[in-house]
Structures are given as C-alpha cells and as structure tokens.
Design a protein. Sequence first.
Length: 165
Amino acid sequence: MTGTTCNSVTARRSALITGATMALALLVAPLTASAADASAKGLEANKKVVVAFYDAAINRKDYAAAASYLGAQYKQHNPTAADGAEGLKGFIDFLKARFPNQKGEIKSVIAEGDKVVLHVHSTRGDGTPGRAIIDIFRVENGKVVEHWDVIQDIPEKAANANGMF
C-alpha cells in the first residue's frame, strides 16, 4: 500500500467507527433518558412514602397508618428503639404517653438510590427550642425497611446566627 491508499483506508475506517459510535449513541440515548426518568420517578415515590410514614408515626402517632408503609422486615438502627413492626408500635406508644404534643416539621427531603433523608425540627410543645434530627430511611419495593437517625438538641444560644435549618 502506498501512503495515500493507507491514509484513505484509515480515513474510511475512522469515518465508519465514528458513524457506528454516533448510531450507537442515538440508540442508547433514549434508553438512558428513560432510565433517568424512571429513576427520578422512583426517588419521588420513595420520598412520598417516607414523608407519609413519618407523618403517620411521629405527628399523628397512628400506628395502623404508619404500619401500612412498613416492609415485612423493619430494621432499626436507633439504639433505643426495637426492630420490627412491634418495635415501631412500642415507640409510638412511648411518644403518645410521654410526648403527646411532639411534632416533627420536615425542613428538607433528600433521596439517593434506595435512601431518603429527612432534616427535621422536632418540638415537644413545651416551649423549648426542640431538636434537630436527621432521619435516614431505606425503601424497598415502596415500603420502609430500615431506619437510622442522628438527634441533636437545639441550644438556647448559638455561637452564630445561621440557625440549624
């Protein structure tokens, strides 16, 4: 092969590869967009499940309503709460008895993969500033199956004026 013929063959191969790559990209793009749409819809659905579960359990203290959002297994990582539906029932009964006026105002909801995170301002109706809570829930097949939390008292005075929410 001469240099010109070699360059011509190389140019044709390059054009074919570029064309094939572009065709493949055009075929895959709708699938990627569709997967992204499905993923976004799944994240929004998970957020709705968790917010409804939280409202039923914490704000309304309605075990039957909250239990309808639980998966067959409910794993609890808060060391003061028991696993399972019965553990949730015990926690709700505790709230009813000790803190009947406790409310959680959800300040933000973040979803990633199978996790939903709530940033909550919890108050007990006793005039104190309350607590800042991060609740993390794992959702599987539209049901809450796992929970973690981090709880911090809100001080009367802060070192800055930024607030906790």
